[in-house]
Design a protein around this ligand. Structure first.
Ligand SMILES: [Ca+2]
Ligand SMILES: [Ca+2]
Length: 121
């Protein structure tokens, strides 16, 4: 007779750790889709008839340096939290064209007078 085998049940304790999200570094994406024309019916860039250079101001923070060139759509990584106060503009050599303002929260699609803004969380 062979020796008895003792089978031990091994209990594995799974330790779950909660990894904190670094909220201060999190970014959200704000997408802008400019209307075909300015609210007054004129082309965005009347001098050369080109598409606009869209950018946003979020809670007073200008993202003009991140503007897109000759396009109606643009996306911005923003650091602001909560419901956002968003102003949309078209960067020009002279005065920038105003595309209006709105407030918009994550998951929402909101209208200004000249553009649609979408806040992607
Ligand atoms: Ca313009
Ligand atoms: Ca342009």
């Amino acid at each position: 007779m062979s020796g008895a085998h003792v089978v031990r049940a091994v209990c594995t304790v799974l330790v779950t750790t909660t990894v904190a999200t670094p909220v201060s570094n999190a970014t959200r994406t704000v997408k802008v889709v400019m209307d075909d024309r300015k609210p007054n019916g004129n082309q965005w860039d009347e001098v050369d008839g080109s598409d606009p250079e869209p950018y946003v101001i979020v809670d007073g923070h200008s993202y003009r340096d991140d503007r897109c060139k000759d396009t109606k759509t643009c996306a911005f990584k923003v650091v602001e939290k909560g419901r956002l106060a968003i102003t949309v503009k078209d960067a020009d050599l002279g005065d920038d064209d105003d595309a209006g303002s709105t407030t918009c929260d994550a998951g929402e699609s909101c209208r200004t007078k000249g553009a649609t803004v979408i806040v992607v969380d």
